[in-house]
Structure formats: structure tokens, C-alpha cells
Design a protein around this ligand. Structure first.
Ligand code: SF4
Length: 458
């Protein structure tokens, strides 16, 4: 498998005065992908990538603003890195969502030991921002959001792995009241089908068997007359790719044509991450999710009509402002009714700059939020266990992702089509191989199996 798209070019391009860059990434997969974009752009400008801050002249933190505590963590990290004595004149830059969410504070706070700042749409300017800072000694920044930047002309510098992310769109126009993304990442814009398919072809040539199409709201993907279903079909035609995943769709616009592609195209994995957020229609209205409890349940029924065994996962926020016990019970009811395979459940926390922060006081006491998250997690754990146990005795196709697990150096781990983690004993197969595995045990979080045959050897 190719390690990176620029493998081999880096050494050839080294110049005597090049600087070492270390990047630390926080938050979501989009940030992981953006760090790959940044690495590629810096390599083009003759920087050298290093794996730890001690070796670095330039330290970049690609930040997240989705939770308040994520931002505080980054500021603490900046101070710690500033005090790191690595014998180099290090420069520290902030990238990602914090620059756009905290633009005034970051630009004006002279005490913050930050040398340059680039927002998510300014990475092509990053090398110039570093140069300008070095020349002037002043903090430099570019946090303008773009209506057109998609980085479709940049080949991300990918770390070794079996899955490659492809961002098919950027930004979001939905303005859910609790979310900062429309402000930190700007308006929705999609890449052309051609550029995405070309990227998928390059990845397949490098040996990747799985790609995950990424966007804040993938099913509103639209480029000229082409929608997301069309894009999925086109990517699936790329020879060598065997699995296509996508994340995340919004329940409000899930056309039947897209459901048909997901259900009927063999390469598209039978897993949909469908963020519920809340199960009560009044709270959903306050969140500006634009669907009701009943519409969400109808969509789930429709998905299961198309494909009864579709694996469903979700995101839920408990304790949104004014949420009563009875309204929370509606969320419990939806979770019990849908029986998601897994759920990421969060307590509501106010995020600066959002509509909810301006309009709705965060009035659900912390203790109540804790009670609700515990109750919902317990229910979800029971459901996940029951669903996972139902797989015992079945045979699944598993793509091996790692030659060790958290608990063992002799077991390996991979994922089945439904994105469930499967632990297997090590054997005559390695990362990137597909194996057939009989499921012999299950917990709420993982399946355990034995390998019955190796489907591919690379
Ligand atoms: S759909 Fe809503 S939650 Fe998702 S990124 Fe857009 S505004 Fe945020």
C-alpha cells in the first residue's frame, strides 16, 4: 500500500534551510482530513513533517470549537508547548475552527503566545502567513471564509491506513441552533463529481480498498445536476475500491433515490449514521432540525423497508434548554423504538456564537443532564448488546484495520460492512486484507470472531 501520495518527493525537495513542522489535530474527521491537506501544502513549500513537537520549528494545532472545553484544552496546550524547551526558535500557529469562532479574542489578545492563525479556508495562504510572521515578527492571520474553496486541487498527504477520507463538500447551511459549524466553516459548497472520482481512483491505485465520503451534511451534496446518490454510484465504479462509507447525512433530506443506492449498491456499506439529536418535536424545533419525531421515525421505517438489516447509529444531545422530563422521555421512546446499533450521547453545553447561546439560557441543571445521559446510555447499552449478540453464529466479511487491539498484541481488529468493530485472533492475514469471520461472542461495543477464510491477500 502506498504510504502517502507524496512519498519519495519529500527528500528530493529538501533545501538546506527548511523547517520542521509538527501538526496536532483535534476534533472531527473533517479536521483530520484538513490536516492531511495542510501537510500536503506545506510539503509543496519544502517544509519537513516531524512526528513530535520536540523536533519542530513550527507547531500547528488544528483546532475544534464544537465544545467549549475543547477550546480551553487547546489554549492550555499552546502555553505548554511554548514552554517546551527544544532548543529551537519555535513558532506556534492555530488552524481550524477556533480561529473563526474566536477571531476577535485570538487576534487581539496580545498575551496569547500564538504567532500565526489560519481559518479552514485559508490553508493555501499558510506558508505565506508563516513567512510574513518570520519577516515582521508580528502575529499574522487569515480567517476569511470562502464560498468556493474546496481544496479539490490538493492531494492530501495521507497517513498509512486502510480507509481514506475524501471531503466531498465543505461548510453547512443548516444552522442548527446548538452548532457553530456554519460560522466556523462557512457556507455549503460541493466538489465536482469528476474531482472526487479522480481522487478515489488515485487512492485505489495506492491500494486503499475503502473510502469514506465526508461532509457536514453529505446528502445535501449538489454539483451541477448531480446529487449524492449519483456521486455514490460513480465512486463505486472505481476499480479496486471495495467499500464506500459516508458521514454524516441529515435526516431532513434523505431522498428515496439515495436510499435505493445505499440499499442496492453492493460497494456502499449498509450503515447509516443518522443524527437524531432529540426525540421531542418541540425541542427539535428549537434546535432548528426541521423534522419532527414522527418524520424521523417514518424515515427509519423507510430505511428498513429498503434494507431491513441496515445498521443505524446516531448522535443525541440531552438537556437542551427547557427540555422537560416528559420531553426527554420522547427521546428515550425514539431510542427504544428505533433500536440504534450505537449512539453518541452528549450533555448540552452552550457554544459561543450559536443561536442557542443567544436565545436560550442553558437552564437544565447539570445533575439532571447527568441523570438523563446515564439513563439513555444504559438503555442504549442494553440495545447494543442485544443487537450484537444477534450476530453470534453469523459469518461477516471483515476488513482488517490493525494488527493489535487495545487489550492484546496477538489479536487483530477490523470492521464489518455495518462498521462494527470485530476482534479476531491473529493469523496469516494483515492490515488491508478482507477475511470471512464467524462471530462467536459479542459485547455492547465489539463482536468477536474466528477467521474462516482470507478473501484477499495484498
Ligand atoms: S447539520 Fe446542523 S449539526 Fe450538522 S454541521 Fe450543520 S449546523 Fe451543525
Amino acid at each position: 500500500m502506498c504510504r502517502v501520495l507524496y512519498s519519495g518527493e519529500q527528500e528530493a525537495k529538501l533545501k538546506p534551510n527548511t523547517m520542521n513542522v509538527y501538526i496536532e489535530t483535534y476534533g472531527c474527521q473533517m479536521n483530520e482530513y484538513d490536516s492531511e491537506i495542510v501537510k500536503s501544502l506545506l510539503l509543496e513549500n519544502d517544509y519537513i513533517l516531524v512526528d513530535n513537537p520536540e523536533q519542530a520549528d513550527i507547531i500547528l494545532l488544528n483546532t475544534c470549537s464544537v465544545r467549549e472545553h475543547a477550546s480551553r484544552k487547546v489554549i492550555a496546550r499552546v502555553h505548554a508547548l511554548r514552554h517546551l524547551n527544544n532548543g529551537r526558535q519555535k513558532k506556534i500557529g492555530l488552524l481550524g475552527c477556533m480561529p473563526t469562532n474566536y477571531r476577535r479574542e485570538l487576534i487581539n489578545d496580545k498575551k496569547l503566545p500564538i504567532d500565526f492563525i489560519a481559518g479552514p479556508d485559508s490553508y493555501k495562504r499558510l506558508a505565506s502567513l508563516i513567512d510574513e510572521h518570520i519577516d515582521s515578527g508580528k502575529r499574522t492571520f487569515d480567517i476569511r471564509l470562502s464560498r468556493s474553496e474546496t481544496y479539490s486541487d490538493v492531494h492530501p498527504f495521507r497517513a498509512q491506513g486502510v480507509n481514506a477520507w475524501i471531503a466531498v463538500m465543505r461548510g453547512c447551511d443548516n444552522y442548527c441552533t446548538f452548532c457553530v459549524v456554519p460560522y466556523t466553516r462557512g457556507r455549503e459548497r460541493s466538489r465536482s463529481v469528476e474531482s472526487i472520482v479522480n481522487e478515489a481512483r488515485r487512492l485505489a491505485k495506492c491500494g486503499y480498498k475503502q473510502v469514506t465520503l465526508l461532509g457536514q451534511n453529505v446528502n445535501s451534496y449538489q454539483h451541477s445536476e448531480h446529487d449524492f446518490g449519483y456521486l455514490l454510484d460513480k465512486v463505486s465504479e472505481v476499480d479496486g475500491l471495495e467499500r464506500i462509507r459516508f458521514t454524516s447525512p441529515h435526516p431532513k433530506d434523505f431522498p428515496r433515490s439515495l436510499l435505493r443506492v445505499v440499499a442496492e449498491n453492493d460497494k456502499v456499506c449498509k450503515h447509516i449514521h443518522l443524527p437524531l439529536q432529540a426525540g421531542n418535536t418541540r425541542i427539535l424545533d428549537m434546535m432548528n432540525r426541521t423534522y419532527s419525531k414522527e418524520e424521523f421515525l417514518d424515515l427509519v421505517h423507510e430505511i428498513r423497508d429498503f434494507y431491513p438489516d441496515m445498521v443505524l447509529s446516531t448522535d443525541i444531545i440531552v438537556g437542551f434548554p427547557t427540555e422537560t422530563e416528559t420531553e426527554f422521555d420522547d427521546t428515550v421512546d425514539v431510542v427504544a423504538h428505533v433500536a440504534f446499533d450505537s449512539a453518541f450521547i452528549f450533555k448540552y453545553s452552550e457554544r459561543k456564537g450559536t443561536i442557542a447561546a443567544r436565545k436560550y439560557p442553558d437552564d437544565v441543571p447539570e445533575a439532571i443532564k447527568t441523570e438523563r445521559i446515564v439513563r439513555l446510555n444504559e438503555l442504549q447499552k442494553e440495545i447494543s448488546l442485544k443487537k450484537n449478540k444477534a450476530h453470534i453464529g453469523q459469518e461477516h466479511k471483515v476488513l482488517i484495520e490493525s494488527m493489535t487491539t487495545k487489550k492484546s498484541h496477538t489479536d487483530v481488529q477490523g470492521r464489518n460492512d455495518g462498521n462494527k468493530l470485530v476482534i479476531l485472533p491473529g493469523g496469516d492475514y494483515c492490515t488491508g486484507d478482507f477475511v470471512r469471520a464467524k462471530i462467536v461472542d459479542a459485547s455492547a461495543h465489539v463482536l468477536k470472531g474466528i477467521v474462516t477464510s482470507v478473501v484477499h491477500a495484498v
